[in-house]
Design a binder for this molecule. Structure first.
Ligand code: AMP
Length: 385
């Protein structure tokens, strides 16, 4: 393995918070970065890397980017496959790679890949016509989860159908056949989990710990590391994540989200070949962060073992906390909690559900870290007077 020379430039498609932390990690390791994002004020554009302001499919911008970088990566999976192909045609390797991107953009492809590898998922069916929805319903039964096959994130583009009365309304709400849908059986899970696997250019694998995630309205709310469930469950998660990384020909990191059933089985829900919200805690709590591990893979430096150093919990800080507080929340009490670390993403426009920042607390037990992180967030919403 021969790493890219120090000072080489990494192109990053997408300038959100994940891109921002990638830029910082790249700079720590002595690499430069150029971010492509349509927003001149994007979070990743504020931390010292260069920024090209353009749409992800702007051909001139892609050519300019390609002429200035040695390798490229992406911070979200909805960047178009055509843009990644264009960069490759212009001679730039893109990591984690085209196959990982193509599969992760499409919920049917994700689940079909899992099926082929013998990895369990929720029962599912592809839906393009109303008749498919009715057939899936007979086959899978209520309640059903109906999702857009591509483009959905943070609970967007998905509806639960609890009974026959609501089937037609959901069909209309999700575009009445104008875009492909997937129907999934509703999983009455006990809890949700995720794991991040890293794979280097020679196929070497490293695993971050299995963590527990709680979602509210489809958006990640709390991550606790390590997850409950013990070694056997974590080993199973590693087995599945490793097999997926290999099948996707991954060079980089992959987050795998799971439902944990009441009888202790793991069902894969989603794949993300990029840094993941549920991996923010790695900035404090593991030997290497998910961002540094991604950069190491991308520039062909050796991967590090991402062992857990101490338990941690992360809470997302959504725009709702800002609303009605013109100066923003007051963070001073939260930061007085021992072991707390605050990250704000530099987004000037708070909106409900928009991820504005996060807070991680490290402690000597996951549950203590979680209750401290939740308390810290409550303290941000206590108004003076
Ligand atoms: P997703 O966009 O697929 O990650 O879904 C967001 C969240 O919605 C998940 O983390 C779950 O909390 C919930 N969810 C999604 N699909 C299902 C399902 N088939 N059964 C039960 N809950 C689901």
């Amino acid at each position: 393995m021969k790493a890219l020379p120090q000072g080489s430039t990494i192109g990053i498609l997408g300038g959100g918070q994940l891109g921002r932390f990638l830029v910082i990690a790249a700079h720590h390791l002595g690499y430069r970065s150029i971010v492509l994002d349509p927003d001149p004020h994007c979070p990743a554009g504020q931390v010292g890397g260069k920024l090209i302001v353009a749409a992800y499919d702007d051909q001139e911008a892609l050519e300019l980017l390609a002429s200035r970088i040695a390798v490229a990566t992406y911070e979200f999976e909805n960047v178009s496959v055509a843009s990644v192909e264009r960069l490759q045609t212009l001679g730039v390797p893109v990591r984690p790679g085209l196959k990982a991107l193509t599969v992760a953009q499409n919920r049917i492809q994700e689940k079909t890949l899992c099926l082929g590898l013998g990895i369990p998922t929720a029962p599912f069916a592809a839906v393009t016509e109303y008749a498919d929805l009715i057939a899936a319903l007979r086959h899978i039964g209520f309640p059903l989860m109906v999702k857009t096959t591509t483009g959905g994130y943070d609970g967007k583009g998905q509806r639960v159908v609890r009974d026959a009365k609501h089937v037609e309304a959901v069909w209309r709400e999700l575009g009445a056949g104008s875009r492909p849908l997937i129907v999934e059986g509703w999983i009455d899970f006990a809890w949700e989990a995720s794991i991040i696997v890293a794979r280097d250019v020679n196929g070497g694998l490293q695993y971050f710990p299995l963590v527990e995630n709680q979602h509210v309205d489809g958006i990640l709310d709390v991550t606790v590391a390590p997850a409950q469930g013990g070694n056997a469950l974590e080993e199973k998660a590693k087995e599945y994540a490793g097999a997926l990384a290999v099948a996707l020909e991954l060079v980089g990191i992959l987050a795998v989200e799971f439902f944990v059933t009441r009888d202790g089985r793991l069902l894969v829900n989603e794949l993300a070949p990029r840094p993941h919200n549920s991996g923010h805690y790695t900035m404090e709590a593991t030997r290497v962060s998910q961002y540094e591990e991604m950069v190491r893979a991308v520039v062909e430096l050796p991967l590090a073992d991402p062992n857990l150093l101490f338990p941690a919990a992360m809470v997302n800080l959504l725009g709702d906390l800002w609303l009605g507080r013109p100066g923003g929340p007051d963070f001073s009490q939260a930061l007085a909690i021992p072991g707390s670390h605050l990250y704000l993403y530099g987004k000037s426009e708070p909106r409900p559900g928009r991820k504005m920042g996060h807070l991680t607390v490290v402690d000597n037990a996951g549950e203590r870290a979680a209750s401290a992180a939740l308390r810290a967030r409550r303290l941000m919403s206590v108004d003076d007077g």
